[in-house]
Design a protein around this ligand. Structure first.
Ligand code: MRU
Length: 354
């Protein structure tokens, strides 16, 4: 859904159901899918109608409410058992983005903590899903502002590079990495954005480019293998990407190709920023080697539209994410400020103590 300022909201509650922008049809078609059942929400997440770590967290929260609404029993224990099944279904869709599990777990905890009738619990679950959606939007706007404080001070107008789509479409709205880009544009600090096309699903070419065009943000699309050349030529002042899961030590899983971008940035002294909310940090994992990496269908590699690119008989490997070691990351920009990767856990600990 877009408002009059062309702001994009990929997941909204509308007419007693969830309205999702169908991201598999962009940029050629701006269409919506109405989701009434938790099973359909699970399918929408799996097939990437909705994608991007925070956005699938918001979608899963609504999916939990839809699932709760489908449960007929008025008996509390039976209701909570059936709700666990809904959580299992939604949690089985995509393994890497931790926001999915964070949102499901928050919804389950809320259900268990709510006293009163099953109807009361359902009502509170609806309010919690709405709150998760609203909080994510605010979080992204805060991240955008914190991002401005760490971007290079010179030149006055920066050329930034991003990978995949970490924009409004990947969140409740505004975006994480693209939120920083939006804030830079608003403050007159952006010359232009370079966007990697992001093989194999082309989120950069299809989604990031589309978002920029909606708001007249100057965008130059490159194929993934052009980034090193652009940095060598001095065309890029900083890289800003999103994250799907950050381990306690700051190692960061994001769209496949992010790791090589970080290595290239290091080689050319280009600062490399990750923008992500605290809901993307998985403090249960000490380092990035423990992050589960989703492998997707090889068709994403061998097929473009109806055209097969490769001969029969070839084998494929299609990991959807990779892990960038913390030492390659200049700072992680969150809703609570920008941190050196190793300082995230210290900050969290301090919050728990206070
Ligand atoms: O496979 P996708 O399109 O869900 O992957 C998305 C990304 O990797 C994004 O960079 C990440 O989720 C951050 S979104 C704010």
């Amino acid at each position: 859904m877009k408002n009059s300022a062309n702001q994009v909201y990929p997941v909204i509650w509308h007419n007693d159901s969830v309205s999702l922008i169908d991201q598999t049809r962009l940029p050629n078609e701006y269409a919506f899918v109405e989701i009434h059942r938790s099973e359909d929400m699970a399918q929408a997440i799996k097939t990437m109608i909705v994608r991007g770590a925070p956005a699938i967290g918001v979608a899963a929260a609504y999916g939990m409410y839809l699932g709760a609404r489908e449960i007929i029993t008025r008996e509390r224990t039976e209701f909570l058992t059936q709700l666990e099944n809904v959580a299992q279904l939604l949690g089985s869709t995509r393994p890497t983005a931790v926001n999915l599990f964070w949102a499901i777990s928050r919804m389950l905890k809320t259900a268990h903590a709510t006293e009163g009738s099953v109807e009361d619990i359902k009502q509170v679950l609806f309010q919690t899903a709405q709150a998760i959606n609203a909080e994510d939007l605010q979080t992204c706007q805060a991240m955008g502002d914190h991002g401005l404080t760490v971007l290079p001070k010179t030149p006055a107008k920066l050329t930034l590079l991003t990978h995949c789509n970490a924009g409004a479409l990947a969140t409740a709205g505004y975006g994480t990495a693209l939120g920083v880009v939006r804030s830079a544009w608003r403050e007159g600090r952006l010359e232009k954005l370079f966007a990697d096309e992001t093989r194999p699903r082309l989120q950069g070419a299809k989604l990031t480019a589309w978002e920029c065009v909606q708001e007249n943000i100057p965008v130059t699309l490159i194929t993934d293998n052009m980034a090193a050349h652009c940095m060598q030529r001095g065309l890029i002042h900083a890289v800003v990407v999103g994250a799907d899961r950050i381990a306690a030590n700051g190692d960061t899983a994001n769209k496949i190709g992010t790791y090589s971008l970080a290595i290239v940035a290091k080689a050319h002294n280009v600062p490399f920023f990750v923008a992500a909310p605290f809901s993307t940090v998985d403090f249960a994992l000490s380092d990035g080697s423990q992050i589960p990496i989703e492998e997707r269908h090889p068709e994403e590699i061998y097929q473009v539209g109806d055209t097969r690119l490769t001969p029969e008989g070839v084998e494929f490997y299609n990991p959807a994410f990779d892990v960038t070691p913390a030492e390659l990351i200049t700072a992680i920009i969150t809703e609570n400020g920008a941190f050196a990767p190793g300082d995230l856990a210290k900050y969290q600990l301090k919050q728990c103590v206070n």
